[in-house]
Ligand binder design. Sequence first.
Ligand SMILES: [Zn+2]
Length: 301
Amino acid sequence: MIEGYPWLLPVAEQWQQQRQQGRLGHALILQGPAGVGKSLLADWIVSRLLCLEGRGCGHCKGCQLLAAGHHPDRYELAPEGQQIKVDAVRGLISQLAGTAHQGGARVAIIHQAQRLNAASANALLKTLEEPPAGVYLVLVVGPGQPLLPTIVSRCQRLVVPMPSAAAIEQFLGEQGNALASWAYWPRILGGPLAIRHAVEEGKLDQLATLRQGWQRSLNHGLLDPVLSQVDAEQAPTVLKVLYFELLSQCEADPQQTVWCYPMMQKVAQTQRWLDRQTGINLTATFQQLIVEYRRGAQEGA
Ligand SMILES: [Zn+2]
């Protein structure tokens, strides 16, 4: 289940040890960057908790029900749109108040738990503190708003780190051949699963085109045609591409950091500003960033 994802194994081992030592809590936060396989690990943990032999044997009733995709004691909650709504949390809590169908543990996975809003997080607190007997909650937490401290303090926490460039390269195999600059792509896309998805969807080519567009624009001081066709929906990605292009430049030439770092902050500010506004003239906004870059490059040189 997680064998093909070697970077998950140490985290799984950590969980296993906590369990063997009887230190397993009833609420777990599984945290990490996008695209590193947090949900796969959550499924693996669930498979251990719901196996009647406790080890994902593959033969018991629990394992068979899980494999068939309808174990009645496995619950799941995910955001609707941007948030996990309070009604959805209340629904889950009332389901968990019953008894186990299979007489073993019951497990609820809450996906993208960073999208719990204040009301839904508060609704969950009591269950996290005193879960019904045999109930385990796994909160899968990706990048975004931090969880409320009151939630965090009631949970154990395991972190799935971003694997090394070498591990990502090995995982992608031939699919990785398209990636010229290793430091760059995980920053833009996330972990190996997200990169593989982007390769398969052809998204990588689009991003590479945008990056080249920025490189030409910054070199020549004029907005490249590739960037003048960008619409509001693409704008956050386009600015992210610029941000990490600037970071790559700083890393290649640390002296550039003096003027390039403020420039990166400016890009991040622009990104937040675009988030809140509509009807922005993107071409003018991008051109302005290019002008500032050129000014910085000339004064810094
Ligand atoms: Zn089993």
